[in-house]
Ligand binder design. Structure first.
Ligand code: HEC
Length: 167
Protein backbone atom coordinates (compact mmCIF):
# COMPACT_ATOMS: atom_id res chain seq x y z
CA UNK A 1 0.00 0.00 0.00
CA UNK A 2 2.81 2.39 0.94
CA UNK A 3 4.46 1.53 -2.35
CA UNK A 4 1.31 2.54 -4.11
CA UNK A 5 1.43 6.01 -2.51
CA UNK A 6 5.13 6.39 -3.28
CA UNK A 7 4.31 5.57 -6.89
CA UNK A 8 1.59 8.23 -7.03
CA UNK A 9 3.84 10.80 -5.32
CA UNK A 10 6.66 10.07 -7.78
CA UNK A 11 4.33 10.35 -10.73
CA UNK A 12 3.04 13.65 -9.34
CA UNK A 13 6.57 14.94 -8.84
CA UNK A 14 7.64 13.95 -12.35
CA UNK A 15 4.66 15.61 -13.94
CA UNK A 16 5.31 18.78 -11.86
CA UNK A 17 8.90 18.91 -13.11
CA UNK A 18 7.67 18.23 -16.61
CA UNK A 19 5.08 20.99 -16.41
CA UNK A 20 7.59 23.41 -14.88
CA UNK A 21 9.98 22.80 -17.75
CA UNK A 22 7.54 24.33 -20.27
CA UNK A 23 8.00 27.92 -19.20
CA UNK A 24 11.75 27.26 -18.92
CA UNK A 25 11.83 25.92 -22.46
CA UNK A 26 9.76 28.83 -23.68
CA UNK A 27 12.22 31.21 -21.99
CA UNK A 28 15.23 29.50 -23.60
CA UNK A 29 13.52 29.69 -27.00
CA UNK A 30 12.82 33.36 -26.48
CA UNK A 31 16.50 33.96 -25.69
CA UNK A 32 17.51 32.07 -28.79
CA UNK A 33 15.11 34.21 -30.76
CA UNK A 34 16.71 37.32 -29.31
CA UNK A 35 20.19 36.22 -30.07
CA UNK A 36 19.13 35.42 -33.63
CA UNK A 37 17.68 38.88 -33.90
CA UNK A 38 20.89 40.43 -32.54
CA UNK A 39 22.99 38.35 -34.90
CA UNK A 40 21.04 39.61 -37.87
CA UNK A 41 21.27 43.19 -36.60
CA UNK A 42 25.05 42.85 -36.24
CA UNK A 43 25.25 41.34 -39.71
CA UNK A 44 23.32 44.21 -41.23
CA UNK A 45 25.58 46.68 -39.44
CA UNK A 46 28.58 44.86 -40.91
CA UNK A 47 27.02 45.16 -44.36
CA UNK A 48 26.47 48.87 -43.80
CA UNK A 49 30.14 49.23 -42.85
CA UNK A 50 31.26 47.92 -46.28
CA UNK A 51 32.99 50.70 -48.23
CA UNK A 52 30.15 52.53 -49.91
CA UNK A 53 32.43 54.09 -52.48
CA UNK A 54 35.67 52.24 -53.30
CA UNK A 55 36.94 55.15 -55.40
CA UNK A 56 36.49 57.69 -52.59
CA UNK A 57 38.22 55.29 -50.20
CA UNK A 58 41.13 54.78 -52.59
CA UNK A 59 41.47 58.55 -53.04
CA UNK A 60 41.48 59.10 -49.28
CA UNK A 61 44.13 56.42 -48.72
CA UNK A 62 46.12 57.58 -51.76
CA UNK A 63 46.08 61.18 -50.52
CA UNK A 64 47.57 60.16 -47.20
CA UNK A 65 50.32 58.19 -48.95
CA UNK A 66 51.00 61.08 -51.30
CA UNK A 67 51.35 63.60 -48.49
CA UNK A 68 53.59 61.26 -46.58
CA UNK A 69 55.97 60.09 -49.31
CA UNK A 70 55.60 62.14 -52.48
CA UNK A 71 54.69 65.70 -51.54
CA UNK A 72 58.21 66.57 -50.46
CA UNK A 73 59.35 66.32 -54.10
CA UNK A 74 56.20 66.55 -56.21
CA UNK A 75 54.67 69.37 -54.16
CA UNK A 76 51.44 70.00 -52.31
CA UNK A 77 49.39 70.05 -55.51
CA UNK A 78 51.58 67.74 -57.58
CA UNK A 79 53.15 70.49 -59.68
CA UNK A 80 56.67 69.19 -59.13
CA UNK A 81 57.56 72.07 -56.83
CA UNK A 82 57.96 70.32 -53.48
CA UNK A 83 60.47 71.46 -50.88
CA UNK A 84 63.04 68.97 -52.18
CA UNK A 85 62.51 69.71 -55.86
CA UNK A 86 65.04 72.51 -55.86
CA UNK A 87 67.87 70.04 -55.26
CA UNK A 88 66.89 67.73 -58.08
CA UNK A 89 67.78 67.90 -61.76
CA UNK A 90 65.74 67.05 -63.79
CA UNK A 91 63.06 68.21 -61.37
CA UNK A 92 60.27 65.95 -60.14
CA UNK A 93 57.56 65.47 -62.72
CA UNK A 94 54.71 67.94 -62.73
CA UNK A 95 52.00 65.39 -62.08
CA UNK A 96 49.22 67.82 -62.99
CA UNK A 97 50.44 67.98 -66.58
CA UNK A 98 47.66 66.79 -68.91
CA UNK A 99 50.03 65.80 -71.70
CA UNK A 100 51.93 63.52 -69.35
CA UNK A 101 48.79 61.61 -68.45
CA UNK A 102 47.69 61.45 -72.11
CA UNK A 103 50.97 59.75 -72.91
CA UNK A 104 51.33 57.48 -69.96
CA UNK A 105 49.37 54.48 -68.68
CA UNK A 106 48.56 53.09 -65.25
CA UNK A 107 51.01 50.31 -66.01
CA UNK A 108 53.87 52.71 -66.70
CA UNK A 109 53.04 54.86 -63.68
CA UNK A 110 52.99 51.70 -61.59
CA UNK A 111 56.48 50.77 -62.80
CA UNK A 112 57.78 54.27 -62.09
CA UNK A 113 56.39 54.25 -58.55
CA UNK A 114 57.20 50.63 -57.72
CA UNK A 115 60.58 50.30 -59.42
CA UNK A 116 61.69 53.92 -59.59
CA UNK A 117 62.26 56.45 -62.38
CA UNK A 118 65.11 54.36 -63.81
CA UNK A 119 62.71 51.54 -64.68
CA UNK A 120 60.87 53.75 -67.18
CA UNK A 121 63.96 55.45 -68.55
CA UNK A 122 63.58 58.48 -66.28
CA UNK A 123 65.70 59.97 -63.55
CA UNK A 124 66.81 57.64 -60.79
CA UNK A 125 66.12 60.54 -58.45
CA UNK A 126 62.54 59.26 -58.57
CA UNK A 127 62.88 56.59 -55.86
CA UNK A 128 61.52 53.04 -56.04
CA UNK A 129 58.69 52.55 -53.56
CA UNK A 130 58.10 48.86 -54.17
CA UNK A 131 59.66 47.86 -50.87
CA UNK A 132 57.82 50.51 -48.91
CA UNK A 133 54.34 50.43 -50.39
CA UNK A 134 52.07 47.47 -50.96
CA UNK A 135 50.42 46.76 -54.28
CA UNK A 136 47.22 48.39 -53.10
CA UNK A 137 49.04 51.45 -51.77
CA UNK A 138 50.79 51.96 -55.10
CA UNK A 139 47.47 51.75 -56.95
CA UNK A 140 45.85 54.08 -54.41
CA UNK A 141 48.55 56.72 -54.81
CA UNK A 142 48.36 56.49 -58.61
CA UNK A 143 44.58 56.87 -58.42
CA UNK A 144 45.18 59.93 -56.27
CA UNK A 145 47.81 61.64 -58.43
CA UNK A 146 45.73 61.10 -61.55
CA UNK A 147 42.79 62.74 -59.81
CA UNK A 148 45.11 65.53 -58.68
CA UNK A 149 45.80 66.18 -62.35
CA UNK A 150 42.06 66.46 -63.00
CA UNK A 151 42.18 63.25 -65.01
CA UNK A 152 39.03 61.12 -65.24
CA UNK A 153 39.01 59.39 -61.90
CA UNK A 154 38.86 55.64 -61.84
CA UNK A 155 40.66 53.11 -59.74
CA UNK A 156 44.15 52.50 -61.06
CA UNK A 157 44.28 49.22 -62.94
CA UNK A 158 46.10 46.24 -61.44
CA UNK A 159 49.60 45.78 -62.76
CA UNK A 160 51.88 42.85 -63.37
CA UNK A 161 54.82 45.06 -62.38
CA UNK A 162 56.75 43.75 -59.41
CA UNK A 163 56.39 45.26 -55.99
CA UNK A 164 58.52 43.97 -53.18
CA UNK A 165 56.17 44.35 -50.29
CA UNK A 166 53.39 41.89 -49.64
CA UNK A 167 50.36 43.32 -47.87
C1 HEC B 1 63.16 62.38 -54.00
C2 HEC B 1 62.15 63.06 -54.76
C3 HEC B 1 60.93 62.29 -55.21
C4 HEC B 1 60.01 61.68 -54.43
C5 HEC B 1 59.96 61.58 -52.90
C6 HEC B 1 59.01 61.13 -55.33
N1 HEC B 1 59.33 61.40 -56.61
FE1 HEC B 1 58.27 60.92 -58.27
N2 HEC B 1 59.67 61.76 -59.45
C7 HEC B 1 60.83 62.40 -59.00
C8 HEC B 1 61.59 62.85 -60.13
C9 HEC B 1 62.92 63.59 -60.06
C10 HEC B 1 60.85 62.48 -61.28
C11 HEC B 1 61.15 62.86 -62.70
C12 HEC B 1 62.00 61.89 -63.41
C13 HEC B 1 62.33 62.42 -64.80
O1 HEC B 1 61.56 63.24 -65.34
O2 HEC B 1 63.33 61.98 -65.28
C14 HEC B 1 59.67 61.78 -60.80
C15 HEC B 1 58.70 61.25 -61.64
C16 HEC B 1 57.56 60.65 -61.22
C17 HEC B 1 56.52 60.12 -62.10
C18 HEC B 1 56.56 60.12 -63.61
C19 HEC B 1 57.32 58.95 -64.18
C20 HEC B 1 57.36 59.03 -65.70
O3 HEC B 1 56.87 58.10 -66.34
O4 HEC B 1 57.86 60.02 -66.23
C21 HEC B 1 55.52 59.65 -61.29
C22 HEC B 1 54.22 59.00 -61.76
C23 HEC B 1 55.94 59.86 -59.95
N3 HEC B 1 57.17 60.47 -59.92
C24 HEC B 1 55.17 59.52 -58.85
C25 HEC B 1 55.64 59.62 -57.54
C26 HEC B 1 54.89 59.14 -56.39
C27 HEC B 1 53.50 58.51 -56.46
C28 HEC B 1 55.67 59.36 -55.31
C29 HEC B 1 55.37 58.99 -53.87
C30 HEC B 1 55.10 57.57 -53.59
C31 HEC B 1 56.89 60.01 -55.76
N4 HEC B 1 56.82 60.14 -57.11
C32 HEC B 1 57.88 60.42 -54.91
C33 HEC B 1 61.18 62.57 -57.69
C34 HEC B 1 60.51 62.12 -56.58
Amino acid sequence: MTRHWIGIALAGLISCVFAASFPAMAWIRAQQGHSKQYTSEIQSLAVRREPADPLADALARGGKIYRHYCRICHGEEGKGDGFNSYNIEPPPRNLTDDDFWQQTTDERAYYAVSQGGGSVGKSVMMPAWGHTLTDRQIRDVITFVRALAGQPTALAAPSSAPHGKTP
